[in-house]
Write a protein that binds this ligand. Structure first.
Ligand SMILES: Nc1nc2c(ncn2[C@@H]2O[C@H](COP(=O)(O)OP(=O)(O)OP(=O)(O)O)[C@@H](O)[C@H]2O)c(=O)[nH]1
Length: 206
């Protein structure tokens, strides 16, 4: 069809076609792979995983969420002016002896580990979760946040930040403190956004 064109015109049209093709491929990658982000929330029973997640998704605080099964939340949110489907799996913490949720961690683009500052065991659980995560995937490769929830209950504090575990220092993970029952969802949102950006960059780099 381009046979009658001069060679320089043909070359120009070809370069336009190649450019268009590359652009389409990039857009296809963005639409199929990067408009979704998956977050796994880990932590012992009753530390406030559901309260924080529901607070982030609905801006509301809902007190009772006892559940002994994993909960999957799916919602479209706006990140950098674009709609992004956020999937959050809130892994049932049950007891300290629960096995580590390998599948859920491998599925996720970001990980939020929650403990309660009023429960020493929950902190230990969180550190162990981080250690297990490190064995499975490097903490540097998956965005991880450690949230010390129930910071409003300072008078009941059992976890002393000054005695932070050696392991946390080694992997440079510092707990940040939140109060799910106040309006603390900024850190949660920040983590979801960072996980999305990292996933997007990783997909485009491939
Ligand atoms: N004071 C206070 N209570 C909180 C806070 N966050 C959660 N709670 C309470 O802690 C309890 C447990 O909260 P959930 O959100 O159900 O905890 P969870 O980790 O999802 O628990 P499971 O789903 O059973 O593993 C509830 O009674 C919440 O109201 C907080 O920041 N401050």
């Amino acid at each position: 069809m381009f046979d009658n064109l001069k060679p320089e015109c043909r070359a120009y049209l070809k370069s336009l076609l190649l450019e268009w093709h590359a652009k389409m491929k990039t857009e296809e990658k963005i639409s199929t792979n990067t408009s979704r982000v998956r977050i796994v929330v880990l932590g012992m029973i009753s530390v406030g995983k559901s309260a924080l997640t529901v607070r982030y998704l609905t801006r509301r605080y809902i007190g009772e969420y006892r559940s002994n099964t994993d909960l999957l939340y799916r919602q479209t949110v706006t990140i950098n002016n674009s709609p992004v489907e956020v999937e959050i799996i809130d892994v049932s913490g049950e007891t300290r002896d629960s096995s580590f949720p390998i599948e859920q961690v491998q599925w996720a683009d970001g990980c939020i580990i929650v403990y309660s500052i009023t429960d020493r065991q929950s902190f230990q659980y969180a550190v162990e979760a981080l250690e297990n995560l490190q064995k499975l995937r490097s903490v540097a490769s998956v965005p991880v946040t450690l949230l010390g929830n129930k910071a409003d209950l300072e008078h009941l504090r059992e976890v002393n930040i000054l005695r932070r575990s050696e392991f946390l220092l080694k992997v440079s993970v510092k707990p940040v403190f939140v109060k799910a029952h106040k309006t603390d969802y900024d850190l949660y949102r920040e983590k979801v956004n960072v996980s999305f950006e990292k996933k997007k960059k990783h997909t485009l780099d491939k």
